[in-house]
Design a protein around this ligand. Structure first.
Ligand SMILES: [Zn+2]
Length: 318
């Protein structure tokens, strides 16, 4: 009796296992047919909480103003974080003078390369420094305070660090160069040559045979109340990239990307456009805390980082 029941159980298990196996096989075949009918690899998920932690972490150092201890600590943090994801992280130091307090400072562009043998390349960039003066603050008493830059600085970097993590695990269709520019934000309003010093430095030193297919700059993309209009210079000088990005956003049903041209912004993308790299600026210039002491993490949201991160991942993996 004992032996007999053992045989029945064994037989039942063989039948059941065979059934589930066939089911699994069938599911696998259907999945593979679905993937091949999509014509490309699947797009990895963007982890918005992870990205938001990168934003908060940068702000914990305080304002990242060149010439301060917080600036150096954040530089080391960004380098160490990127080195978790690629061995190819380099610093591009340069000397400059802060215009209003005439102080010579050392600034650092941070460059991280992924899949250096890939000939098709994309440049992704953002500035990591923050403005020394909150000179748009409604209270003039704050105009000499530095800007914490949760949105203006940390948000673009936060998305790129999360992209770095993802592409270190799953190779995208392109080789990727992530460049974090320093010294973007201590310019004088109306004087273009005093802004975007890091990208000017990068452009001046770029190797002759470096020809990324296109570049995407992120700036001020973390506002919880996000509205990303098309920036005028991007539209004028890199229209096909603009079309690509806003079309993807529309397909992904991200209404925060608004397909209308609005502001003209002098930003790091101009330095790249000037040396022939078609680069657009994804920027949400409707940010009421811009250059005020209120540009803090509570004005930003993981969902806004996610919107931009998902669009970028689609560009890289589709
Ligand atoms: Zn700024």
């Amino acid at each position: 009796m004992k032996n007999f029941s053992h045989i029945i159980i064994h037989q039942a298990l063989v039948i059941l296992f065979g059934f589930f196996n066939k089911q699994l096989l069938l599911t696998g075949i259907i999945f593979l047919m679905f993937i091949s009918s999509c014509g490309g690899q699947s797009i990895p998920a963007f982890n918005k909480q992870n990205s938001f932690q990168y934003l908060e972490k940068q702000c914990e150092f305080g304002a990242r103003v060149p010439g301060t201890a917080a600036h150096l600590k954040c530089r080391d943090y960004l380098v160490a974080t990127l080195r978790n994801y690629t061995n190819l992280v380099t610093l591009q130091p340069f000397q400059t003078t802060m215009p209003t307090y005439q102080k010579p400072v050392t600034c650092y562009n941070i460059i991280a390369n992924f899949y250096p043998n890939q000939t098709r390349r994309v440049l992704l960039c953002a500035h990591w420094d923050t403005r020394p003066w909150a000179d748009r603050d409604p209270d003039p008493a704050n105009h000499r305070q530095p800007v914490l830059g949760a949105n203006d600085g940390a948000s673009g970097v936060a998305v790129l660090l999360e992209i770095a993590r993802i592409i270190s695990i799953v190779p995208p269709n392109f080789g990727v160069d992530i460049v974090l520019f320093d010294a973007e934000d201590f310019g004088t309003y109306g004087q273009n040559d005093t802004w975007a010093l890091g990208s000017k430095q990068f452009a001046k030193n770029v190797v002759k045979n470096y020809h990324p297919e296109f570049g995407i700059l992120l700036d001020l993309i973390g506002d919880a109340n996000q509205e990303i209009y098309i920036e005028q210079n991007s539209y004028q000088y890199a229209r096909s990239i603009v079309d690509k990005i806003w079309n993807i956003a529309q397909r992904l049903r991200i209404p925060e990307f608004i397909p209308e041209v609005k502001y003209e912004v002098y930003d790091d993308h101009l330095s790249l456009l000037e040396i022939g790299i078609p680069c657009i600026d994804i920027i949400d210039f409707d940010y009421q805390h811009w250059h005020t002491i209120s540009d803090t993490p509570d004005k930003c949201s993981p969902e806004s980082l996610d919107n931009v991160g998902r669009v970028l991942l689609t560009v890289l993996f589709e």
